[in-house]
Design a protein around this ligand. Structure first.
Ligand SMILES: Cc1cc2nc3c(=O)[nH]c(=O)nc-3n(C[C@H](O)[C@H](O)[C@H](O)COP(=O)(O)OP(=O)(O)OC[C@H]3O[C@@H](n4cnc5c(N)ncnc54)[C@H](O)[C@@H]3O)c2cc1C
Ligand SMILES: *[C@@H]1O[C@H](CO)[C@@H](O)[C@H](O)[C@H]1NC(C)=O
Ligand SMILES: *[C@@H]1O[C@H](CO)[C@@H](O)[C@H](O)[C@H]1NC(C)=O
Ligand SMILES: *[C@@H]1O[C@H](CO)[C@@H](O)[C@H](O)[C@H]1NC(C)=O
Length: 478
């Protein structure tokens, strides 16, 4: 791997630091913040993304985390990917997502104390904040984004099974283009409870810190030793661990990606001003480099799933506005994204779920993920819930494509009901969100670059302080 700043160790070497650090802070909580390690933040923010993957001709195989080459490859195409995806998700087929935002939380009473989304907010005293900047207002989905068009007969479809009208769940169609995923002020106990139950779905008992614990591989010869480091926690056999770790990474990557968006489109609730908040990004992501890695991890997972879909997607009808030009235009934009995905979304998912208990594990995995999509009904902020549902559905679809469906199954002629429109929409919009996160990270790097040494030192000291306070608090909370 080539790193432009020679004086710096790579963020992946840094990852090992974290591995070692983890040992010192054994904790039981699922949600935990390891203390910030020396130079960790700097390394994340001063890293220069690869423009040309230096591993261009390497064969990309194996579970994603063994091939950091894949990370570089993503970096080198992310601008194109982002631009092509933003063109794609503007097309009618991809912008309307049907969802019922008003289902009851199946796991705890949401009608009791906390029926008002505003009551989810416990961390900020909002009494001085103008009404329109309060979390309750920011969290609401504008009724204008509900699209009524689906109630009209659209143009006809080649196959009604893929038709706009056929996502026969209840709920409204939301125009995703009109609902940004950004800071809403939703936080506090309620938000944490949701995150915690998502991680606990991972009843395999893995936490961020238990993942990072493990024997220290003495010589620092990344990338491939990273996987070894992850395996060595002594309890589970490595073969069994991999899938469980995949679950954790998928979730943690989603969490980190959502955090990145929140920080990138942040609002100062005192002034009502929107803008990137570097401190926020440092606290939530950069001071935990492995979270950033999991954003890459999810991106690659999604790309790999997308890369397998070309034959299947070629049979869809993308005409949703009554004009057949739409169909051609959408397919045109879609093929560009497919092209990129086929180029870089290459790893071998067959290394997962193939041991003795493969099928049991796979079923477990599935149950957990389904449950995660239901936990979304417990999110007390409509905008967050909408994007939470899109993205958990998107990731679930990717997992389904990777682990359930072989090439034969992915044949639209023999298996037309395989993917619903909403799954395809979710898959591509989720990929777009992740690509956007990687782009946002670049922005934060630029912001960091503009700080003088004194300012950046100050931030790091601050981060260390608040993070150690948080570790204390977590003990108390959970
Ligand atoms: C599904 C969902 C969608 C949301 N969407 C939005 C939104 O669109 N806009 C908005 O403003 N808010 C949204 N929120 C709320 C937001 O995610 C945070 O919960 C909130 O901003 C409070 O942040 P926090 O700093 O307390 O930590 P949280 O993000 O709530 O995290 C709780 C704890 O989890 C651990 N943790 C954090 N990140 C990771 C990670 N990547 N991997 C592992 N562990 C981690 C840490 O210990 C942290 O203290 C959403 C919440 C959920 C559950
Ligand atoms: C889409 O990606 C291709 C590379 O695959 C790139 O040449 C093109 O400029 C991208 N399109 C947009 C709109 O950025
Ligand atoms: C689903 O999640 C809820 C809330 O965390 C939990 O109570 C329930 O046991 C889970 N169900 C399954 C089948 O895992
Ligand atoms: C919001 O803006 C005010 C006024 O400029 C500033 O004092 C405050 O620190 C800002 N808050 C945050 C969280 O950035």
């Amino acid at each position: 791997m080539k790193f432009t700043r020679k004086s710096r160790v790579s963020p992946f070497v840094l990852f090992l630091d974290v591995v070692l650090a983890g040992q010192a802070y054994a904790q039981k909580s699922f949600l935990s913040d390891a203390l910030v390690r020396k130079d960790q933040v700097q390394n994340v923010l001063e890293y220069q993304p690869a423009k040309v993957p230096s591993c261009k001709n390497a064969v990309l195989t194996g579970p994603i985390e063994t091939t950091l080459c894949d990370y570089e490859t993503i970096e080198s195409v992310n601008d194109d990917l982002f631009n092509n995806l933003s063109d794609l998700v503007r097309m009618p087929f991809f912008r309307y997502f049907q969802v019922d935002l008003y289902r009851e939380c199946p796991f705890w009473p949401s009608n009791g104390l906390c029926s008002d989304p505003g009551c989810a907010i416990t961390t900020v005293d909002e009494s001085d904040i103008p009404e329109r900047w309060r979390a309750a207002a920011l969290s609401k989905v504008d009724p204008k984004s509900i699209d009524k068009r689906h109630e009209l007969p659209g143009c006809y479809y080649r196959d009604s099974d893929y038709c706009f009208l056929d996502d026969n769940t209840e709920g409204d169609y939301f125009d995703l283009q009109l609902v940004p995923e950004r800071y809403t002020g939703y936080s506090g106990h309620d938000a944490r409870r949701v995150w915690r139950s998502i991680y606990e779905e991972n009843c395999f008992g893995l936490s961020e810190l238990s993942l990072m614990k493990g024997k220290s591989p003495a010589p620092v010869t990344l990338p491939d030793t990273m996987i070894e480091a992850l395996h060595e926690d002594g309890k589970d056999s490595p073969a069994q661990c991999l899938e469980k770790r995949v679950y954790y990474k998928v979730i943690s990557g989603l969490h980190a990606s959502i955090s990145t968006h929140i920080c990138h489109e942040h609002m100062n609730q005192t002034t009502g001003q929107w803008g990137p908040n570097l401190n926020c990004f440092i606290h939530r992501v950069a001071s935990h480099p492995e979270r950033l890695q999991y954003i890459y991890f999810d991106t690659i997972l999604l790309l790999r799933a997308v890369s397998r879909l070309r034959p299947y997607l070629s049979a869809f009808d993308y005409c949703s506005s009554g004009k057949h030009e739409d169909d051609a235009e959408t397919w045109d934009r879609l093929t560009k994204v497919l092209g990129i995905a086929e180029d870089v979304g290459r790893f071998d998912e067959t290394v997962l779920f193939r041991g003795e208990n493969a099928n049991v594990l796979k079923e477990e995995f599935k149950t957990h993920f389904r449950n995660v999509t239901r936990i979304m009904d417990c999110v007390g902020c409509d905008k967050c819930k909408l994007w939470g549902k899109v993205q958990t559905t998107g990731l679930a679809t990717a997992l389904k494509i990777l682990f359930e469906l072989d090439e034969k199954a992915l044949n639209p002629q023999t298996n037309p009901d395989l993917l619903h429109r909403s799954e395809v929409v979710a898959l591509f919009n989720t990929l777009f969100r992740f690509s956007e996160s990687l782009k946002a990270v670049d922005d934060f790097r630029r912001d960091w670059h503009r700080l003088d040494t004194e300012e950046s030192q100050k931030i790091i000291i601050e981060t260390k302080k608040t993070d150690s306070q948080r570790v204390g608090r977590n003990y108390a909370e959970f």
